[in-house]
Design a protein around this ligand. Structure first.
Ligand code: AMP
Length: 281
């Protein structure tokens, strides 16, 4: 397994693959502290492409000043072992200095309906940071396909639209959410929960499933469904909902009437850790 620290080395490798037309390249960008959710993206990419590149980079520009950039778990050695075991041949782990050298002066901005709701108003600048770093990474890795998780549904929708709007020719592949046995969506941030918080966290998916089952029984009034989900979450002490919304899964616009394809999405704080989850009904 080759580990590229330097962006130029990564790009040279990518260009060699391109020139030799030796099959497609799949790319899985991550912030590390890898778990099964990440590894499923890696497996899917390995299945669908000749080459798979995984990046591990905790991107400072997508964290707000009061967010958890410093506390974000960093477990590079364990991550590399996992990727080696998966048969990954190329990992990209750039430094901040290489990604944002002194004088770096580009900031991409997402506008429009995709950033009206969900995480965007609560994390000003977050998605601009995500898009900027992913476009840089794409220019270094030159992939044919980009693998993203449904766990970060808004991020996936925004990146898919960005790749289309910028005519990158890169295909977006969105993979299902991988969960712990009790239903909690896997996340690098779960490591930061206390044992008690970890138990409480399962309520988020339980609540979303209650919402889905009400819809399955015939309720289509979004507000009524959201009220029932909220009740389940709020019955658990120590959890604070940041938002709970019913939106169209493609354009992320709020819906009044729930239809097939509606996304129920939430963010909540627990032990000072911000967790997100969603379900498509
Ligand atoms: P992160 O390291 O949190 O930035 O995530 C890197 C990629 O893995 C993103 O596309 C995430 O959506 C995806 N991902 C993270 N957790 C999960 C999960 N539990 N299931 C599926 N994909 C995930």
């Amino acid at each position: 397994m080759k580990v590229f620290n330097n962006p130029r080395d990564m790009q040279n490798q990518a260009q060699r693959w391109r020139r030799s037309s030796s099959g497609t390249v799949g790319f899985v960008p991550t912030m590390g502290a890898l778990h099964e959710g990440h590894l499923e993206l890696v497996r899917r990419s390995r299945k669908e492409n000749k080459h798979t590149v995984v990046s591990i980079y905790v991107n400072p520009t997508q964290f707000g000043p009061k967010e958890d950039f410093n506390q974000y778990p960093r477990t590079l050695e364990a991550d590399l072992k996992l990727l080696k075991r998966e048969g990954v041949k190329a990992v990209f782990t750039p430094s901040d200095q290489d990604m944002y050298p002194e004088g770096f002066s580009v900031k991409m901005e997402i506008t429009g309906p995709l950033v009206n709701g969900l995480c965007a108003p609560h994390r000003p600048g977050h998605f601009n940071g995500v898009v900027t770093v992913v476009v840089k990474l794409l220019n270094l890795v030159l992939p044919d396909r980009l693998y993203l998780g449904q766990k970060d549904a808004q991020q996936a929708a925004i990146l898919k639209k960005t790749l289309q709007d910028l005519d990158t020719g890169v295909e977006t592949v969105i993979c299902p959410i991988v969960r712990e046995p009790d239903g909690l969506a896997m996340s690098s941030r779960n490591q930061r929960l206390t044992p008690e918080g970890r138990k409480s966290a399962a309520v988020l998916y339980r609540a979303l499933k209650v919402g889905k089952s009400i819809v399955d029984l015939g309720e289509s009034d979004a507000e009524k469904v959201l009220v029932e989900i909220r009740k389940v979450v709020e019955a658990e002490r120590n959890i604070k909902l940041q938002y709970l919304e019913a939106v169209d899964a493609d354009n992320l616009q709020p819906v009044i009437e729930i239809k097939p394809g509606t996304l129920l999405a939430l963010a909540a704080y627990l032990d000072n850790v911000r967790l997100i989850d969603n379900i498509v009904v």
